[in-house]
Design a protein around this ligand. Structure first.
Ligand code: MG
Length: 231
């Protein structure tokens, strides 16, 4: 594969979001006795369900960023019959804890550095601009690229074509010469393919749900990505 430009997703492709989220949830749970009235597992699974539904609503423009950040704790507490009095404070503590738990996905930085030596690379991420910019700085991603397209700036989230059309213009190469590397089937692989890009699906951190594999390449180990890029 010889793309002219390679875009990477950020969360769970370069930055280990899942591990940061779990560690930060555990730390927050341990800070607040009001959460400990239910088991940590119960708390985590309800939070993930509520958060997932709120992100879907955010994607459809039904709630804004502030409602999402407020409701994911408030609604989880209500649904678990916990007093939501401190939900705003707990939400803020969670965000502080989350930022302390950021790290590269194990072993990915070395591969990403090699790829960026040989190819023009950029980032495309859903999520809040303020948070994603902090991640960009935290991982010193400016060493590799000055292009990060954040859905909040575009006004639509992946897999919306507006995100990919904008990114195609920024890359300045024909769309069929762009490769997109990401972990989300629905956002990254479907979105990239619909945009006429090549796609590489990174599946090490996700559990597959029986999706038809429409990616041009699927991998669990970044060494395999290096191989198909002839590095
Ligand atoms: Mg991702």
């Amino acid at each position: 594969m010889k793309p002219s430009y390679i875009y990477f997703d950020l969360d769970n492709t370069l930055l280990d979001h899942s591990s940061a989220e779990s560690k930060a949830q555990k730390a927050t749970y341990e800070q607040y006795p009001e959460l400990q009235k239910v088991d940590l597992d119960v708390w985590l699974s309800k939070y993930k369900e509520v958060n997932h539904n709120l992100w879907n609503q955010y994607q459809q423009g039904l709630v804004d960023r502030h409602q999402l950040q407020y409701s994911r704790f408030n609604d989880t507490m209500l649904q678990l019959e916990l007093s939501p009095e401190k939900s705003t404070e707990i939400g803020k503590s969670y965000i502080q804890n989350y930022q302390k738990c950021w790290s590269w996905v194990d072993g990915v930085e070395e591969s990403f550095a090699k790829i960026s030596d040989r190819f023009d690379v950029g980032l495309i991420t859903n999520g809040f601009k303020e948070t994603q910019l902090k991640k960009y700085k935290y991982l010193s991603l400016d060493r590799y690229s000055d292009v990060m397209i954040v859905s909040e700036d575009v006004g639509k989230m992946k897999p919306h074509p507006m995100v990919f059309d904008h990114a195609t213009k920024v890359a300045g190469v024909p769309r069929e010469e762009i490769l997109y590397v990401g972990d989300s089937y629905s956002s990254d692989i479907v979105g990239g393919r619909n945009a006429g890009w090549k796609t590489a699906w990174y599946t090490a951190l996700i559990s597959k749900n029986g999706e038809d594999n429409i990616a041009d390449f699927e991998f669990e180990n970044f060494d395999d990505l290096l191989t198909i890029l002839d590095i």
